[in-house]
Design a binder for this molecule. Structure first.
Ligand code: AHR
Length: 619
């Protein structure tokens, strides 16, 4: 392998080369990255009619002691359902309340992670026509032990109209599958609505679950595409993501049923929060917008203008000044400064649909005039021929076998250079080669990414998909990060991405890989500067089952210019090709780093069978 590191050789990779694709799938957001613990906090998940299904809320007590129903008495106009709780038992008399009282509980998303010493903010809305006392508590999964508790006493005069109640609860014990309880020990009628419980220590205080967000930050993502995927389209337009329903005070958001991945979301993680997340990660937001097309219905181009207006409004919300109509709504949410929105994708995987091109073009020309700095992403594949419509980028998705993915390291070698740039916004090995996240899948993907890096004169962005899975709701396998209420781990595909986190904005060097084994090898080389340090990284995937002895020479560097005392070698391999990580063994398949004393301008390296090796030379 010959690497040309002479001054001026190579080209600068786009600053946005590697990033993230977040989709609300597998409970990635609701019950995942979004730290809200209460599921169905407004009792709306059963639909806007009464009687309503309040699942997963359940009753503490039996029919002789409590009756729970729903009505439409909420003070929130866009989500009118409220919960009415009638307690029939008393502290004394014939119908005595059980010890601990009766009431309702919410188990969150397969259990709430309640940890000793942590503080939780509980907010709820209460109405009562009589004076009352009730208890707000965090309890163990079966309610047998109370981990935090407070009582709320109110007079009818204060609560005959809805009132917001806020409490901070510090947990005195731990249960990773705990629950929130609202209970009473005395007879009476009261109403609850919009109940939230959230740990106070979220990422940058913005409501994102800390350790999951840190996993993202550690990849140094340069962009984040959101909020989906199919989630953006919906099976039907009536269930698609509508950004205006996801902004403003959380209590006023109606929530919606995502009919593709088949679950309700309260939309606490809404359009504003996505923009905030992008900012917090230092990543450029990529806003995927539904241009009037779902899986099963489509808006005709002649009537699509209201959708276009929605998009223009969303851009004003993100970037307009704080006095503009929608910018002022953003400012009221605590972010007067505009967000740095520069990418808009029109639709998702919709190129083949009857109205796509017509709708796309209508959006494209208006957007280009109104916001010339925004880059517009088409759903149509321009990798093998020129697009028949204008775009800054086109979206390319690939889910395939491991061998196919590896061979696709050459996919973009012959792609037209003159047209729009490529956004590989979804890639992953799937099927039997991948299981729920195998090493084999990650290795093939590494080969593919090396190919993207080497074609980064035409590839502008790339992101793995899907990003997250809550292990209790595996709608799609594999995924990069697996979690439940309290644990998490990266699949091998997550760890593989760590090898590429310095590539965005780096200089990609020309290389020449010669020899017999080159069909099972792919390689790339980049240089980048970090402070005063100059690094050169050579990455090689050996996709074959034999070890390979490789001679590497780096041209254009003085022989003694490499600091071998501080150079590193990182090897990613696995005893089993189908090896996976798990909650029990989160670090079973992870890269191993060591000092690389052989670093220099001429090196002999032994590549393990089925391995990804990274040589980081400090110069
Ligand atoms: O990543 C999962 C799904 O795969 C996405 O929603 C969709 O764009 C693709 O079909």
């Amino acid at each position: 392998l010959v690497v040309n590191a002479s001054d001026g050789s190579g080209w600068r990779a786009p600053d946005t080369l590697f990033g993230l694709f977040f989709e609300e799938i597998n409970h990635a957001g609701a019950g995942g990255l979004w730290a809200e613990l209460v599921s169905n906090r407004g009792f709306e998940a059963g639909g806007p009619n009464t009687p309503s299904n309040i699942d997963p809320w359940s009753i503490i007590g039996d029919e002789s002691s409590i009756i729970v129903s729903t009505d439409r008495s909420s003070c929130f106009d866009r989500n009118k359902i409220a919960l009415k709780m009638e307690v029939l038992c008393s502290p004394d008399g014939s119908n005595t309340c059980p010890t601990g009282g009766v009431g309702i509980y919410n188990p969150g998303y397969w259990g709430m992670n309640i940890e000793q010493g942590k503080t939780y903010k509980v907010v709820l809305h209460v109405k009562s026509l009589e004076s009352f006392e009730f208890f707000v508590s965090l309890a163990s999964s079966d309610g047998s032990s109370i981990l935090a508790n407070t009582n709320i006493v109110g007079a009818a005069s204060d609560f005959s109209n809805w009132r917001k109640v806020e409490v901070l609860l510090e947990a005195k014990g731990t249960d990773h599958n705990g629950r929130l309880q609202l209970t009473r020990t005395s007879k009476g009628v009261m109403w609850f609505d919009q109940v939230s419980a959230i740990p106070t220590d979220t990422y940058k205080g913005h409501g994102f679950r800390n350790e999951l967000t840190e996993m993202l930050a550690s990849l140094k993502p340069r962009f984040i595409r959101f909020p989906g995927g199919c989630f953006v389209e919906g099976e039907w337009l009536r269930n698609a993501f509508r950004w205006k329903e996801t902004i403003g005070p959380w209590e006023e958001r109606p929530g919606h049923f995502g009919d593709v991945w088949k679950y309700w979301t309260d939309d606490g993680l809404g359009y504003f929060e996505f923009l905030q997340l992008a900012e917090d990660l230092g990543a450029s937001p990529v806003w995927v917008f539904n241009n009037g097309i779902s899986h099963n219905d489509q808006v005709a181009t002649s009537t699509v203008l209201p959708f276009l207006q929605e998009l223009l409004d969303s851009i004003e919300f993100a970037r307009g000044d704080a006095n503009s109509t929608w910018g002022s709504v953003r400012a009221a949410m605590g972010h007067p400064k505009p967000f740095d929105l520069k990418y808009v994708a029109l639709g998702n995987e919709d190129c083949g649909k009857k109205n796509y091109r017509g709708n796309y073009l209508k959006f494209y020309y208006v957007l280009k005039t109104a916001h010339p700095d925004i880059k517009i992403i088409s759903n149509c594949d321009g990798s093998y021929r020129q697009l028949d419509h204008p775009a800054h980028l086109y979206d390319f998705h690939v889910y395939t076998s491991a061998s196919n993915m590896f061979s696709m390291s050459h996919k973009f070698d012959g792609t037209p250079r003159s047209g729009p740039k490529v956004f590989v916004s979804e890639y992953a090995v799937t099927g039997k080669d991948a299981g729920t996240g195998s090493f084999l899948a990650a290795l093939a993907e590494a080969g593919f990414l090396i190919g993207l890096e080497r074609n980064s004169d035409v590839i502008e962005m790339a992101s793995y998909a899907p990003l997250f899975v809550n292990a209790n709701d595996r709608r799609w396998n594999p995924d990069a990060i697996v979690f439940d209420s309290w644990r998490h781990y990266g699949t091998p595909s997550y760890w593989m991405q760590q090898f590429f986190r310095e590539s965005s904005g780096a200089t990609v060097l020309n290389i020449n890989l010669k020899g017999n084994s080159s069909t099972s090898l792919v390689a790339s080389a980049i240089t980048w500067k970090d402070g005063d340090n100059n690094y050169l990284r050579i990455k090689i995937v050996n996709f074959g089952s034999n070890s390979v002895s490789l001679k590497i020479s780096v041209e254009g560097l003085a022989p003694n210019s490499v600091d071998f005392t501080q150079s590193k070698k990182t090897v990613f391999t696995s005893k089993e090709l189908m090896g996976e990580n798990s909650f029990e063994e989160p670090n079973k398949v992870v890269p191993v780093e060591s000092l690389f004393r052989e670093a220099g301008t001429d090196m002999d390296v032994l590549l393990a069978p089925h391995s990804l090796t990274s040589l980081d030379l400090l110069r």
